[in-house]
Write a protein that binds this ligand. Structure first.
Ligand SMILES: O=C(O)c1cccc(C(=O)CC[C@H]2O[C@@H](n3cnc4c(=O)[nH]cnc43)[C@H](O)[C@@H]2O)c1
Length: 206
């Protein structure tokens, strides 16, 4: 039996998951990669979980629409790097850090099968994308991006530290692009989040 821990950013995400699957272990880690890493690391230190899932609402790229699910094949810390006169250089290219975490392909495909989600890179950003220009640059750098959130890379970093498997899924609340808070469909995304995590939890292989 896989012992799953779900890490969300905010209370509303946690509540949506608990409402759909009361048996699932879920914590609220806070918004952003640092808070998520700290909370996930503290929880995983107990040694009582062998899979951690970063789950929440997120922005969707391209065809990934509101209320749909994005599943990470790779979790990318998309703004961990260096700005140069020629543009952005990722931390891994600059030679000082890890900025992406591959998800076990079998696990990622299992999550897609269970949720009907879109598979691709899920980007972690410390700042919510708010212009078409920034969105276009992200798509240029990550043509396979399906979603953007703010916690996945932090949770993955904690998982690696503790030798635990990790994954990420996002229920889409808004398109990634020009900031329009009125276009966020949070209740719809929270409903989809609960259904998706319940489907994952119901069918995990050991
Ligand atoms: O942009 C705003 O005005 C705004 C106002 C209130 C709350 C928020 C958030 O909570 C956003 C961060 C939160 O939600 C996830 N999320 C959802 N959509 C996106 C996105 O397009 N890009 C990045 N993160 C997103 C994120 O994981 C945080 O947990 C925003």
């Amino acid at each position: 039996m896989t012992r799953l821990l779900v890490v969300t950013a905010v209370d509303a995400e946690c509540a949506a998951i608990r409402a759909a699957s009361p048996e699932v272990a879920v914590i609220v880690g806070g918004v952003g990669p640092a808070a998520a890493a700290a909370a996930a690391s503290a929880a995983l230190a107990a040694g009582t979980h062998d899979l951690v899932l970063s789950a929440g609402i997120g922005g969707g790229f391209g065809p990934v629409g509101i209320g749909e699910i994005a599943v990470a094949s790779r979790i990318v810390f998309a703004d961990l790097g260096v700005q140069t006169a020629d543009g952005y250089v990722p931390a891994s290219v600059a030679g000082f850090g890890v900025d992406s975490y591959d998800v076990d392909p079998k696990l990622a495909v299992e999550l897609v099968d269970r949720t009907g989600g879109h598979l691709g890179s899920v980007l972690t950003v410390a700042t919510v994308t708010g212009t078409a220009d920034t969105a276009a640059r992200l798509v240029e750098r990550f043509p396979d991006a399906v979603a953007e959130g703010m916690e996945g890379a932090g949770v993955a970093a904690a998982a690696v530290l503790h030798g635990v498997r990790y994954a990420e899924l996002r229920a889409i609340s808004n398109p990634v692009g020009p900031r329009d808070r009125s276009a966020w469909r949070i209740p719809e995304a929270l409903g989809a989040l609960g259904v998706a995590v319940a489907a994952v939890a119901a069918g995990l292989v050991p």
